[in-house]
Design a protein around this ligand. Sequence first.
Ligand code: NAD
Ligand code: TDX
Length: 353
Amino acid sequence: SIVEKTILVTGGAGFIGNHVVRRLVNKYPDYKVVNLDALTYAGNLENVKDVADAANYSFVKADITDLEAIRSVFAVYNPDVVIHLAAESHVDRSIEDPLVFVKTNLMGTATMLQVAKESWSESNYDGKLFYHVSTDEVYGSLGEQGFFVEETPYDPRSPYSASKAGSDHLARAWNHTFGLPVIVSNCSNNYGPYQFPEKLLPLFINNIKHVKPLPVYGKGINVRDWLYVEDHARAIDDIMHKGKVGETYNIGGHNEYRNIDLIMLLCKLMDKKLGRPEGTSEGLITYVTDRAGHDMRYAIDATKLKEDLGWEPSLQFEEGLSKTIDWYLDNEEWLESVTSGAYQNYYEKMYGE
Ligand code: NAD
Ligand code: TDX
């Protein structure tokens, strides 16, 4: 069991990372939680403002591709556990600008693994853990039937998913070759507070609020399996404490929606919340050119996680979606602070105006 350990969370200023950091800081006062983040466009210290003053929390600005910087972070903080979330994470950006995905997700992960190995091998890795956080997209695209299980062969199709698949292979290679204690988990689509508004749900919530078009890719029939982000953070907590070294865990919501069905539900809920006549938001739906290489369907079978560690999703989707909408409507300032500057250029390039 882990007592008074130092947990280094990479990417803790991003969407999922802030929920992981908040959970660990609040739930485990005996741990030291170190948030390492380069603060790219996707990382914002606003996301962790509420824990910034906690006695067991510190932030360090560093780039995971910078070997010397990561070495000094390990020298200063001496972490026992690394939860590695830092990555480039948006599929559309990986189509526009793939090389930064290769650099961050491959070189960055290799750098983290190598420094962990350098720092921990002398103690024979006693009590150490490198937890690599990944995605279901590494498994490729499903037809109408079937689910991804831990043994599903890798078949990534976008520069994003290929770079994540490569990073998973690197993590397992450091385990197999050097004995580094590694756990990998692969999770389905997350949604919830603090998600950057380039991803489907926060983008559409923001556009509905401002009565802007809702760009649906292709026919809107692609299927994703949605999980509330706090359920993912709880799964990471469970796996970090009870997972078996060398294993892989799939995490998912058993909650599949075709994009268009999800969007219709969102429109209905938001019309109600905003007091607009029914059908107002639906009228904003605009079908646009499909995403290049758009994966048709993702769906996770999370049986292993349930049977081995007792984890299950906690929130009903309509409840999670409603909470999420409320959060974005109540946090106008957050949205403005993360969407200023660089985001505007991206939005104009992708969607015009
Ligand atoms: P995000 O883009 O919101 O956050 C990524 C964070 O990493 C940001 O804070 C950013 O500043 C930081 N970062 C980027 N490059 C860095 C670098 N070179 N050095 C240090 N920090 C850097 O991403 P997210 O949605 O929170 O995803 C976190 C992780 O979870 C990623 O590894 C992603 O592949 C994985 N994941 C995401 C989802 C999802 O639905 N969002 C699902 C499954 C897995
Ligand atoms: O404007 C849009 N219109 C649209 O139709 C956007 C941004 C998306 N979409 C579609 C594409 C997908 O089928 O909605 C679906 C969800 O898109 P994203 O929010 O971009 O997520 P996705 O591509 O599924 O990837 C997400 O889940 C897995 C995360 O971004 C990844 O980091 C994670 O690994």
